[in-house]
Design a protein. Structure first.
Length: 181
């Protein structure tokens, strides 16, 4: 289902060249809220009736997640869409929320969706780098290059290998045994 966004009053006749096209992974809930799930780290909900924006982590909470949420709300506050003094922790663990500023001239919900897309466009290089890095790390372990791997039997078997030497019993008792005269 497509979401149509019109900025300004709907009664006015707008030229067909003025249109906003959103390219987001977005869903509409049963009560009319918008759930945006594009970001790798957070999900964003724009609450239509309560006039709030909530961002919460997809998985576990970390400093990286908080940094992402903080960048989102700073961006929305700079654009004049959320009240910067209302940014606070939400009811979901690790979430942040903010109250949207209301305007009689513009639909703040539609303006928020457009600006969240702009923020996503700024975040996209970070997300792409993160995906490439994770794929590269996975490939390094599952399919290493010839330089970083050996064939079976290339290294001969030895009686003892590595830095840790096998010791019978507890090492503390073994050390006390060596000090006997």
């Amino acid at each position: 289902m497509a979401v149509r966004v019109i900025i300004g009053k709907q009664e006015e006749e707008l030229p067909s060249s003025i249109a906003a096209k959103l390219e987001l992974v977005i869903r509409r809930t049963m009560d009319g809220d918008f759930m945006i799930m594009d970001h790798n780290d957070v999900d964003i909900i724009v609450m239509k009736d309560k006039k709030k924006v909530i961002a919460f982590p997809k998985e576990t909470m970390s400093d990286e997640i908080y940094g992402t949420e903080n960048r989102l709300f700073k961006f929305l506050a700079k654009k004049g869409l959320v009240d910067i003094s209302s940014i606070q922790a939400g009811t979901i663990y690790g979430s942040l929320e903010a109250r949207m500023l209301v305007s009689p001239d513009f639909d703040v919900i539609k303006m928020s969706l457009i600006n969240i897309q702009k923020w996503m466009d700024e975040e996209r290089p970070y997300m792409e780098f993160d995906d490439r890095y994770e794929e590269m790390t996975s490939d390094r372990f599952t399919d290493p290059s010839d330089e970083h791997s050996t064939e079976l039997g290339e290294i001969p078997h030895g009686d003892q290998k590595g830095a840790l030497q096998p010791m019978p019993g507890n090492a503390h008792y073994w050390l006390s045994y060596t000090y006997q005269e």
